[in-house]
Design a protein around this ligand. Structure first.
Ligand code: G3P
Length: 218
């Protein structure tokens, strides 16, 4: 399972790149707003900066329009910013039309705000390259987000669908490990969830012991 980082924060992207653990970046309007990016020109420049920063790794840039024509022109503009931009489109009827259009025109897409297997199937059939099921938000309402990953994985396998499952709304390291076990292709994670995978008390204890013993070597 590949890791993407779910942020528009350049320092966090650089940190994850330096660790060598990420294959892409996902953003959304909330994450862009968190960085204080305002105005279409600055938003586009920020996407361009992220796309350059990550080399040939994927960068999902989310459209703000919710009508077909608006999504089409916004998506075409995003795709023109850099070759590694994937246009992120919401799971609504107009979004499916946009995904279908982008597919026909060689623009890669990530269908976001997926909360059911049916939505994932629709997005895949429309031609999405990625579907983004939001597992944390499903958990938030008392359901099981990981079951959604399992359902989509089973359906895509049985139906021989090559749309990639990009697990999103990851909140903790447990989500990441379970998504890997369930067969998600990608997990897009906040940096803190990726870094939480580093922690183990036996690693800390073992390192402290090695450092103590290293003193005897000098
Ligand atoms: O990738 C989607 C993600 O940013 C949503 O996460 O934590 O706002 O549910 P969250």
């Amino acid at each position: 399972m590949r890791f993407f980082i779910d942020t528009a924060n350049l320092a966090q992207i650089e940190e994850a790149l330096a660790m060598g653990v990420i294959d892409g970046v996902t953003t959304n309007p909330s994450l862009m707003a968190k960085e204080g990016i305002k105005g279409a020109k600055n938003v586009n420049n920020h996407y361009k900066t992220i796309a350059n920063l990550v080399g040939d790794r994927d960068v999902s840039a989310e459209v703000i329009a919710t009508d077909f024509e608006g999504m089409k022109s916004e998506g075409e503009m995003f795709a023109g910013l850099a070759d590694n931009i994937v246009v992120k489109v919401p799971m609504i009827k107009e979004g499916l039309k946009a995904i279908n259009y982008f597919k026909e025109n060689g623009i890669r897409t990530n269908c976001t705000l997926i909360f059911s297997a049916g939505q994932a199937l629709l997005a895949a059939n429309a031609g999405a390259n990625f579907v983004s099921p939001f597992i944390g938000r499903v958990d938030d309402i008392g359901w099981n987000g990981l079951n959604l990953i399992e359902d989509i994985f089973n359906i895509f396998q049985k139906q021989i669908i090559d749309t990639e499952i990009l697990a999103a709304s990851i909140r903790n390291p447990f989500h990441i490990i379970e998504c890997a076990k369930l067969g998600a292709d990608v997990a897009t994670c906040p940096l803190k969830s990726i870094e939480a995978l580093l922690n183990h008390p036996l690693t800390d204890k073992g390192l402290a012991q090695f450092m103590e013993d290293a003193k005897k070597l000098s």
